[in-house]
Design a protein around this ligand. Structure first.
Ligand SMILES: NC(=O)c1ccc[n+]([C@@H]2O[C@H](COP(=O)([O-])OP(=O)(O)OC[C@H]3O[C@@H](n4cnc5c(N)ncnc54)[C@H](OP(=O)(O)O)[C@@H]3O)[C@@H](O)[C@H]2O)c1
Length: 259
């Protein structure tokens, strides 16, 4: 069967904008792609960390900014394009997460997580898509999560943002494929990063950021639309999402609701 996207097998000369590259999965993916020969523009707020990720890679471009500042997107994009001539693939990898039960959610905290995880992606799309559409080529990769497959306790705001990103990636695929663009949806299971260091519970099938980066690169090389890993975990969460609610809630309550 033909892959849903053009497989990315060669990274030499490919220009990637990785948003959320200062730690965790984004930092590991940046290094994986730099080692493979890509030119990678690294963005996040912490410039020092970005410089550490970029160290030793001549094709790394450090481009720090806060994704909540709408005007900064355009400024950074223009800086990066001035250096690279354009972007072939943008990876939306930034996120905010706070483990919180429903009664812990505040309006302010929810608004912040929604803005970082979801709102910023719309600003980013508005920034990069016009040039990609004009060229008729380019790729958009959205890092969502298995937390978007089903409603899980502790992911009171984070989970809904990831469910929305999964939906958004599907919308984008339907619209952009016919215009020559590729859309990748990346759904990791648990990865050991500063984001998950906040979790007080045992995380099944926990992976390293480096393993996650390799799984993402391998998914991109296969031209997959959805890149989910590790399969020994993600398949079960997918299955949970297909169960009738009565059964699904009973399982979630028994296995996942903190007592
Ligand atoms: N770890 C997991 O188990 C897991 C599982 C499924 C999905 N994911 C997803 O994978 C992606 C990477 O997460 P991670 O686990 O690697 O966490 P992480 O290490 O905390 O990385 C989050 C990134 O987002 C950036 N970021 C946050 N707020 C920002 C802002 N306002 N402006 C610019 N950048 C901002 C952070 O950089 P600065 O703080 O420097 O700004 C950092 O680079 C996220 O989308 C996450 O939801 C993670």
């Amino acid at each position: 069967m033909r892959p849903l996207n053009q497989p990315i097998t060669s990274w030499a000369g490919r220009r990637v904008w990785l948003v959320g590259a200062s730690s965790g999965i984004g930092a590991a993916l940046a290094q994986e792609l730099l080692q493979a020969g890509a030119t990678v523009a690294l963005s996040a707020r912490r410039a020092q960390q970005l410089h550490e990720v970029a160290a030793g890679h001549a094709q790394a471009i450090v481009a720090p900014f806060d994704i909540l500042e709408e005007t900064a997107w355009g400024e950074r994009y223009r800086d990066i394009c001035a250096k690279t001539g354009g972007i072939d693939l943008v990876v939306f990898c930034a996120a905010a997460y706070r483990p919180e039960r429903s009664w812990d959610v505040t309006a302010e905290g929810a608004a912040h997580t929604l803005a970082v995880n979801l709102g910023s992606v719309y600003t980013g799309l508005a920034t990069v898509l016009p040039d990609m559409l004009a060229r008729g080529s380019g790729g958009v990769a959205i890092v969502a999560s298995v937390a978007g497959y089903v409603g899980l306790p502790n992911a009171s705001v984070y989970g809904p943002t990831k469910a929305a990103l999964i939906n958004l990636a599907e919308v984008l695929y339907a619209d952009l494929q016919q215009r020559g663009l590729d859309v990748y949806l990346i759904n990791p299971g648990f990865v050991q990063t500063p984001l998950t260091d906040k979790n007080a519970f045992a995380m099944p099938a926990l992976q390293t950021p480096q393993a996650a980066a390799k799984a993402i690169r391998s998914g991109l090389a296969s031209g997959k639309f959805e890149i989910h890993f590790p399969k020994r975990f993600t398949i079960w969460v997918k299955l949970l999402g297909t169960l009738p609610y009565r059964l699904r809630f009973a399982l979630i309550s028994r296995l996942l609701v903190p007592k």
